[in-house]
Every structure is written in C-alpha cells, then in structure tokens.
Design a protein. Structure first.
Lengths: 519, 207
C-alpha cells in the first residue's frame, strides 16, 4: 500500500522587520537622538538622521565619519542586545498570535494563519492587514518602528517586509512569486558567496532568479541553489520555529539629566510599565512582584520590591502601586536611570466575559489591594479563615483575600465552623447570644474582683471599678498540653458603664483577665 | 489609540457595554442593617451609601457588632466588605457568627499610626470595590486640625466610591463629618440607641 501525503501548503506568515534595529534599540532607552552612529568592525552600520544630515553615511569608516561630523557619538554594535530586543518584541507579539519566530538580525515572523478569526472582517480585508496593523502599533508601544508584510511562507514574508515598499504589504498565495520578482537579490538572504556568483551570471533580482531553469541552479550551486530557486518562486513550506520565552522581562531607561522630582520619574515609569506588561501579557502571565531599580547620580542604586495583590499584566494597576511607593520617597541623590522588572509572575486566571458582574469593581479591587499591599505590607491584608483551635487567639488564621467566587446560594462549599464557634445551622445569631466577643485584646488586661460576703459585686479594670450586673459562665477552654498548655475559665460579664466583657480566670496563676469585648 | 492587546480589547468592550447599558449608579440609596429597631430610627430606613455613618459608643456598647451586621447585609446583596482595623482588635469568629462570609470580607490590619489607618480607610472607601467598609482607627492622638482634614478626606472618599462608610468611634470625641450619627449605649437594647440624621456633618436633630 502506498501512503499519499497531501502536499504541505506554505503557512501564512506576518513578517515584521525593524529597520536599523540596533539604533532603534539604543534610542528607545534614552532621551533625545542627536549625532549617533552604531559601529561594527570599525565601520558605521547605522546612524541617526541628524548624523546623516551632517554627512555620515552607513559604510563609512569611523575616522571618515568623525571627520565629517565632529560631535559624532559612536556606539559599538551589540548583537546580543539586539537579539534580546527581538525576544522582548516576540514576547509582546504573543498577545496577538499563537506563535512567533525570531529571525535575526532584525525581524520577527508571526503565525498569521488564524488572522481572520481575530477581528471582525472589514471591507476588503480578511483580517491579515488588521493583524499587521495591530502588530505594528504594539511594536510602536514597545518603542520600535516596524515594517510589516503578510505572505505565504517564511522566506517570502520576510523578504517583503525587509525590502518591500510601504509600511504594510500583503501578498495573496497566488501572487507571491509576482510580488517577490521585483525585489533585489539580497532580499532572499542567500549569503554573500551565492549572491556574488549569481550577480556574476547577470542575475540581478529575484525575478531573474525565478526564471532560471531549476536544474541549472541545482547543478551549479547544489542544494542551496535549488532552495534559492524555490524561494524565488515563492515556494516555502517550512514551518515557523516558535520562540518560547524563558527569562522574566525587564526594561530600562536612562534619563538625559539627573532628576529629583517624582513627576518625570513617573512619566518614564509609565512607558517602562507598558513595555514590561506587554511582554508578560503576551505569555498569558501576570506579575505578582515588581522590582524597580533607580540608578542614582553619580553612582549607586536604590531597589524596591513591590508586591501585587494578584497576578496582573495591567500596567495601570502597576502604576498605582509604583506611584504609591514613589510619592513619599526620599532619595540620597538624583535619579539618572530606571529599570523595571517583573521578578515574579503567575498565570492570570482565565477571565470570563460575564457582563453582569461589575468587572469595573474587579479592576478597582485589584488596584486598591495592590496599593494597600505596597504601603502596608502583604500581611496587613487578609480574609480570616476559621481554624479548629480552642485557644481563642488562634481560632482563626489569616488567608489571602482573593477574587471572590460567585456566591453559592444553598450554602454549599462554605467553610466549616469549628466546634464551639456558634450554632451550625444558622447564618446569623442575635447579638445578645454571641458566644465570642467582637473584639479580642492583643494582650489581656488584669482584672481584680471585688465582692461582699462571697458574692462578686464589681470588677476593677485599669484601676476603675465597674459594678457587675450579670455574669454567665464558666466556659472552660484548655489544651495544647504538648506545646504551650493553657487552662482558662471564661465568663461573660455585664459591667455597668462598660458593657459585656469576656473575662477569664487563668488556671495557671488563678488571676482574672479581660480578654475581649462584646462591642 | 485603538486597543491592541487582549486585555485592552476586553477593557474597551466592557466600556462600550457600560455605555450601552447605562448602568444605574451604585452610589445612591440606603443599606438596611437588617435590625428593624435600628433601621426604623434612620432616615431612609438604612445607612446611606456614598456617605460616612458614625457609630458612637463605649468600648463594649455594641457598635462593632452593629457594624458587622451592616457589613453582612452588604455581603448578602452580593457586594464586598472591608474592615479597617486600626486597633488590631477585630475578632473574626464573632463576625462569622453575625452572618459575615469571611471569604468576602477584607480585613486591613494597620499597625502604623492613625494617619496610616486613615489613609487605608480612604483608599478602601474611594476604590469603589467595596459596598460597605467599617473603620476603626483611633484618631484621638492626631492633632485636631490634621485629624479633621483627614476625616474630611475619608468622608469624601466614601462619596467618591459609593460605599457605606461606618466610622466606629468613642461616645465622646471630636467631630466626625458623618451624614448619620448613631449613639449606642451599653447593652444592645433598642431603646438605648439614638440616631441623629442627615442634617449635615456631625449630625443634626435627634430622631
């Protein structure tokens, strides 16, 4: 039996190309442009518009460039940082598409196969142009200018993005070869040796290469030649190699001059927060802890760890917390740079598009919890959970206050009430019947009993005597013999002028203590 | 700029739905405490939303219990509740006995000074995330002028967030800019509760 495999069709790919990526990367992390050039192997590889106006050209030797422009600031090329920049962009793009491939030195390839599902169809667009537009805008939010092209196959899409004209190009599967034909040969990224030999043969553009007989190319150039010919005809069925992010995102910015007030710092921080949040949002994650590092003038730095109430990638929510932290800040020196990192992340709970349950309240809750946690510390915020302990001060434990689930009306799923903590079958009890006080004193206050003829008449608290109007008890609570044993007889005493108090006689020393108030 | 990421798209859609639905404000009306003898004393039959109510009384006068019952009423309506515990004395087991779903009541335990407690109260009330919040912050040690200014901010926060703000204070003390003042005296007997209503900050006529 012979297995017949359907021919694999070329995937629809959205390629984003970032012209002058090394320069863009440097400029987005500092204020102002000026006379800047990125230098690689002693030659200018990229330069700013101002430097170009002053006579510097890419390809110039450094000495030549400096002769043309005395104030030129030369920065050495840093391919590792450029690659990190592409990774950061890829992370952000994951918010738009299911897979992104990093195509160094300056491009990303996005899976556009499901573009038509991502947005309502507009006139004359099946979603691909819209996707390309959103990707370019997201790149702009990250501080990068990009050119976009949608085509069938990785190679054609990338070639069109890098060498095509216009900010967004779209080639239908049937017209890929025709659109590619006009591009210069380097668009196919064949490598200098192959390109040079082809040019020597009079092959100047992609169209000319596509027209050459494939056998000739295979004969002269081997497998590389055959592959080049297929690419030139727009035949590229290779799948994307998806990028899987590993490190947690961090973004930095250097200020032009040292600043001492919060306002400009917050301005920069807003930008950094948007960039970091875009990167983790792309992974479906939210930050639970941020780290802000302020670079001080002339040296040193201040670091702050900021806990967030719940995993969130909302930069607005982060800014509330960051602002809270910065407002009262006293720094030993002016700030010259900022770095923001998400140092702890967690999956964001899948959000439902339930329209009725006041989502604005959920957002408000997230914001206020983060603000409170930033200023008071995480342990200051909690929801109490009953604990099965007899020692009154240990009868509940703090648990994180989480997003509330929808209330179960029949009461199922509620936490159990430990023994001795009130009736099990009633939701609420009349206040007079409360068995536990509403307030428990952190440290019990000594009480002195006063009586006549063996009858208790008054209790003296903090030096003041209160007549006893009623007394109920005792309720004996004892236990924990294995660690810190306690043995107490509790009474509910109604004291004139004070109200109902919770008093115990300590079995260890025989003394009375005021432990709580039925306030 | 039109939204780009999934989150931004969701927020945008929600905003549009809000506009289409023209939701009624959550800031008006009254929240009955569930205790008829108390609600009968109050103008509107309950505690005003978007305002501060002052529950005044001694250390064991019943003000905390009443506040917890009001929070329980807010929880029964489906909202969230908060207790800003500036003295560190709230005992949650009693709150549960009074009908509070502990999972949905945020306790903010402030260990710092009164100013920090008031800041937390302001943040909680202004957030709009809570239907009701009780505030138990000792302000007697704050300089009078500063305390008054901060309390005014707390009251404005309640107005902004639309929450029922419950200020727990001693029987005697400084002026609290509250819409309602309820004096509780000693044991929880209805006839010993007096309310002063709605005539502006600090209360007006006795009801």
């Amino acid at each position: 039996m012979q297995l017949e495999l359907a021919p694999r069709s070329a995937p629809r790919v959205l390629a984003l190309s970032f012209p002058d990526l090394p320069l863009q990367r440097i400029l987005r992390e500092r204020e102002g442009g000026g006379l800047l050039a990125v230098v690689e192997d002693g030659r200018v590889a990229h330069c700013t518009g101002a430097a170009r106006a002053a006579g510097v050209r890419p390809g110039d030797g450094l000495a030549e460039a400096r002769a043309a422009c005395a104030g030129l600031q030369a920065i050495a090329a840093d391919p590792a940082s450029d690659r990190a920049a592409l990774r950061a962009l890829a992370e952000a793009m994951l918010a738009l598409v299911p897979a992104v491939e990093i195509a160094p030195p300056d491009a990303l390839l996005l899976d556009a196969g499901a573009a038509r599902l991502t947005r309502p169809r507009e006139a004359g667009d099946d979603g691909e142009t819209g996707l390309a537009d959103r990707a370019r805008r997201l790149a702009a939010e990250m501080g990068y200018r990009a050119r976009a092209a949608v085509a069938s196959g990785r190679g054609p899409a990338r070639a069109l993005a890098r060498y095509g004209r216009g900010p967004i190009l779209r080639a239908m599967p049937s017209e890929t070869a025709r659109v590619l034909a006009a591009l210069p040969l380097p668009a196919l990224d064949l490598g200098p040796p192959v390109e040079e030999r082809l040019q020597a043969l009079g092959v100047a553009d992609v169209g000319a290469l596509a027209r050459m007989p494939p056998e000739t190319l295979a004969h002269r150039f081997g497998a590389a030649g055959a592959a080049a010919a297929r690419l030139a005809r727009g035949e590229d069925t290779s799948p994307l190699v998806p990028y899987v992010p590993e490190t947690l995102p961090e973004e930095a910015f250097d200020l032009e001059a040292p600043v001492e007030t919060a306002e400009p710092i917050l301005f920069v921080l807003r930008r950094l927060a948007e960039r970091v949040s875009a990167r983790i949002a792309g992974r479906g994650l939210g930050a639970t802890r941020l780290r802000l590092t302020l670079k001080l003038d002339p040296r040193g730095e201040e670091r702050f760890l900021l806990p967030l109430a719940r995993p969130t990638s909302s930069s607005q929510g982060w800014l509330l917390v960051l602002k809270e932290r910065l407002v009262d800040l006293r720094l030993p020196a002016a700030v010259v740079g900022l770095r923001l990192a998400a140092v702890e992340v967690a999956a964001v709970p899948e959000e439902q598009l339930s329209i009725g349950d006041r989502p604005e309240a959920a957002l408000a809750l997230e914001a206020v919890l983060s603000r409170l946690a930033a200023r008071l510390g995480e342990s200051a915020l909690f929801a109490a959970e009953p604990a099965d302990r007899h020692r009154p001060e240990a009868a509940y434990r703090p648990t994180p206050f989480l997003k509330p689930k929808p209330r179960v009306k029949d009461g199922k799923g509620r936490r159990g009430r430990p023994a001795g903590q009130g009736p099990l079958d009633a939701d609420a009890v009349p206040r007079g019947d409360l068995v536990r006080p509403t307030r428990l004193l952190a440290s019990p206050r000594p009480v002195v009993a006063e009586g006549e003829g063996g009858r208790l008449t008054a209790l003296r608290v903090d030096g003041r005597a209160y007549a006893v109007e009623a007394l109920a008890g005792p309720e004996r609570l004892r236990g924990e013999w294995w660690s810190e044993p306690f043995d107490r007889d509790y009474y509910r005493a109604r004291l004139a002028g004070l109200g109902d108090c919770w008093i115990y006689r300590d079995g260890a020393d025989g003394h009375l203590y005021l432990h709580g108030l039925f306030d | 700029m039109a939204p780009v990421t999934r989150q931004a798209i969701l927020e945008d859609l929600r905003e549009r739905i809000r506009r289409i639905e023209r939701r009624p404000s959550h800031r008006e009306g009254f929240l009955p405490s569930g205790r008829p003898e108390v609600d009968a004393l109050l103008p509107g039959g309950g505690f005003p939303r978007g305002a501060l109510s002052h529950l005044a009384g001694g250390p064991a006068s019943g003000k905390t219990g009443l506040a917890l019952e009001i929070l329980a009423a807010a929880l029964r309506e489906g909202g969230l509740a908060a207790f800003v515990d500036g003295r560190g004395e709230l005992y949650p087991p009693a709150a549960e006995s009074l009908g509070i779903d502990l999972e949905r009541m945020l306790v903010v335990r402030v260990t710092g000074d009164a100013a920090t407690g008031l800041w937390a109260a302001e943040a909680v009330l202004a957030s709009g995330a809570f239907a009701a919040a009780a505030i138990d912050v000792p302000v007697s040690r704050l300089p009078a002028a500063r305390g008054e200014a901060m309390l005014r901010r707390v009251q404005m926060a309640a107005e902004k967030g639309g929450a029922v703000g419950l200020w727990l204070g001693p029987a005697e003390g400084g002026r609290i800019p509250a819409a309602v003042r309820l004096d509780l005296a000693g044991a929880p007997r209805p006839e010993r509760i007096r309310a002063r209503g709605q005539a502006g900050p600090g209360g007006g006529h006795a009801a």
